[in-house]
Design a protein around this ligand. Structure first.
Ligand SMILES: Cc1cc2nc3c(=O)[nH]c(=O)nc-3n(C[C@H](O)[C@H](O)[C@H](O)COP(=O)(O)OP(=O)(O)OC[C@H]3O[C@@H](n4cnc5c(N)ncnc54)[C@H](O)[C@@H]3O)c2cc1C
Length: 292
């Protein structure tokens, strides 16, 4: 199908974007890599009267190592994240996450900020943002503000960005020492969105005791979901199979009502969440022990 008619504009600065968003209010849509927006337009599920293309704003395209985190401009292509030396060396979890997204052709166009702003509950970057307590920076008519990941993802394809705000930067904290991580997901075909997925980090002290556990489930609800109760069960233990099984049961049991659609039933997704959580915790713990 073809999209409905729309106007097109390509500003070169962030203040211009904000002014355009204010002028057109809910009628406008920001266009980044177009990998999610163009299909929505073609299927006529979105009908903006104007597209504001942010691809020509140099201030939105960068990857910077900062104090304890990596700051990434919203318009940075996923392929640039994949190829950046600083990402591979200082944030292997970010690199691995990027490699789970779609196909090289999609990553050539798709942006990190576009994926976060789109807020698909089965997408990898929003799950990573929640896992790491990332900070999102947005600019609007009242200036800049920082939004934590917990406050950012509201529900399916909905964030706390205001209509006249543009996402400008995502800050992803680096992992602490002695930390292992794991990404587990099930897809029907390579490059598809996950039917369900789990990301985990485990931090161990010198004696092998867990000092921090982070666990996020995605593709099972309206947003990525932090499994806080399961995390708490692991802290203070020397985690092994017994702890992994118990925490995985808690994480999947705590899910309110997993998503049910043509791809998988709610029951299947709940069980998948349990199995993937157990595997993720086991791998993250083994990696943490190796890192120590
Ligand atoms: C075949 C295929 C397979 C895919 N598989 C996966 C997958 O496995 N995992 C995955 O995570 N994703 C997948 N995707 C989606 C892909 O990652 C997209 O690149 C991403 O979701 C959106 O990024 P984009 O830059 O293309 O944004 P766009 O499509 O341009 O925009 C998406 C939405 O975000 C808004 N937006 C974009 N930038 C900003 C900004 N700076 N400020 C405010 N709002 C903004 C837009 O207005 C729009 O509503 C797939 C896509 C395709 C086509």
């Amino acid at each position: 199908m073809k999209p409905p008619p729309f106007e097109y504009t390509a500003p070169t600065s962030i203040p211009e974007v904000v002014a355009l968003l204010q002028e057109h209010d809910f009628e406008a849509k920001i266009l980044a890599g177009g990998q999610s927006l163009m299909p929505l337009l073609n299927m006529r599920l979105a009908r903006p009267s104007i597209l504001i293309d942010v691809a020509r704003i140099p201030d939105l395209d960068y990857i910077r190592a900062t104090d304890g985190s990596i700051a990434i401009g919203a318009m940075t292509r996923q392929r640039s994240v994949e190829l950046a030396d600083t990402v591979r060396t200082s944030h292997p979890l970010l690199y691995a996450t990027t490699m789970h997204i779609a196909h090289p052709q999609n990553r050539n166009q798709g942006t990190l900020g576009g994926s976060i702003a789109h807020a698909d509950p089965a997408a990898e970057y929003p799950a990573l943002a929640l896992l790491l307590d990332a900070e999102m920076r947005a600019v609007g008519p009242d200036g800049e503000r920082t939004i934590t990941a917990t406050d950012f993802f509201i529900t399916y394809l909905t964030t706390s960005l205001e209509a006249a705000e543009v996402l400008t930067e995502v800050r992803l904290p680096l992992l602490p020492p002695r930390t292992g991580w794991s990404i587990q997901e099930l897809t029907r075909r390579h490059g598809d969105y996950a039917l369900a997925g789990v990301m985990a980090t485990i931090t161990l002290d010198g004696g092998g005791q867990c000092t921090e556990a982070r666990l996020v489930l995605f593709g099972v609800g309206a947003t990525p979901i932090r499994a806080s109760n399961a995390e708490q069960m692991l802290i203070g233990t020397k985690p092994g199979q017994t702890e992994f099984v118990a925490a995985a049961a808690k994480a999947s049991g705590d899910l309110d009502e997993p998503l049910s659609d043509v791809h998988a039933s709610a029951e299947y997704r709940r069980d998948l969440a349990r199995v993937l959580t157990r595997r993720a915790l086991a791998e993250a713990t083994a990696n943490a022990a190796g890192a120590a």
